[in-house]
Design a protein around this ligand. Structure first.
Ligand code: CP
Length: 320
């Protein structure tokens, strides 16, 4: 199946294996120094209604490296604070000439109405509530592909707060489509029967002995609400943290991933963040190149970059 170059990137739901591989190839080309030239001055705006370091900064870096002009958006000083809707805000940006809006928002599926409006401005989802985080998922796929060169048959353990995690949701969906096998380890209160169709649930002690990738999830304290005072960090770390003892039981080829920010000493022993099997900072560097790839595909779809920009994303070799 051919890769599909889309006007918006909001979810992994419609991403085929071919699309994922095409984006990994393009991101690799950027990592190896590829440069592009826009066909006219083009503008991006990053609207973050939730805090972010990685996604916000790496989108902005990616936009600047591609030659986009980046406009500032501050939620508190915008007319959102006077009650303007997100839809009207985005339509306003379109009227002013913004080409791409990268949006992070606490509401699940906030982007649906914007897509239904068939706007000219492109929407990139930088994370919606507990829904989707497509750019994180694609950078995770890039990191796994760099390591193993394929997805088929890989055993991926996803550990922790599955319920609140848009990263887990996007990754279990995409990895299953790519042929990987998923295993989960999670407290009862952060697990849901809806995940069973993606893979089995094991204890973390069992999971670590049989995975190629152990993907730890952040404990999202900001989403715990009234249960936050009852969260016992030590108990969580003992049951669901990657401790030194569990690290020693990982297969030698296994890598450790975490979308970050990391709660050191809760999801993972602090020293293991920098261990030889950790790819946590690699994920962050890959994130910038993958976001260049996501934006490039959109710029090509909009006619702001030549179709030729995508030449060579069909065949290439990964060099680590
Ligand atoms: N992984 C991730 O989305 O990090 P930020 O919240 O810092 O963007």
């Amino acid at each position: 199946m051919d890769a599909e170059i889309q006007h918006d990137t909001v979810s992994v739901a419609t991403m085929t294996s071919a699309t994922v591989l095409q984006k990994i190839r393009l991101a690799e080309q950027f990592r190896q120094g590829k440069q592009v030239r826009l066909l006219r001055p083009s503008y991006a705006m990053n609207l973050f209604f939730e805090n972010s370091t990685r996604t916000h900064t790496s989108f902005e870096m990616a936009e600047r490296r591609l030659g986009l002009q980046v406009l500032d958006f501050n939620v508190n000083s915008s007319s959102i604070s006077k009650g303007e809707t997100l839809e009207d805000t985005v339509k306003t940006l379109q009227a002013i000439g913004v080409d791409i809006a990268v949006i992070r928002h606490p509401a699940n599926d906030y982007y649906q109405q914007l897509l239904d409006d068939r706007l000219e401005i492109s929407i990139v989802n930088g994370g919606d509530g507990s829904g989707q985080h497509p750019s994180q998922s694609l950078l995770d796929m890039m990191t796994i592909y760099q390591e193993f060169g394929h997805f088929s048959g890989l055993k991926i353990g996803i550990v922790g707060d599955l319920k609140h995690s848009r990263v887990a949701r996007s990754n279990m969906e995409l990895l299953t489509r790519l042929g990987a096998t998923i295993r989960f380890a999670s407290p009862d209160e952060w697990y849901s029967a809806e995940f069973a169709k993606y893979g089995k649930r094991l204890s973390l002690d069992e999971l670590v002995t049989q995975c190629d990738v152990v993907m730890l999830l952040r404990v999202q304290k900001e989403r715990l609400g009234q249960s936050l005072p009852h969260f016992d960090q030590k108990r969580y770390h003992d049951q669901f943290g990657l401790t030194q003892a569990r690290f020693k039981r990982l297969p030698p080829q296994a890598i450790i991933m975490h979308p970050a920010p990391v709660n050191r000493g809760i999801e993972i022993d602090s020293e293991l963040v920098e261990s030889s099997q950790s790819r946590i900072f690699k994920q962050m560097s890959n994130g910038m190149y993958m976001r260049m790839a996501i934006l490039t595909d959109i710029l090509v779809a909009k006619g702001l970059l030549s179709q030729k920009t995508l030449e060579g994303t069909g065949e290439f070799e990964i060099s680590n």
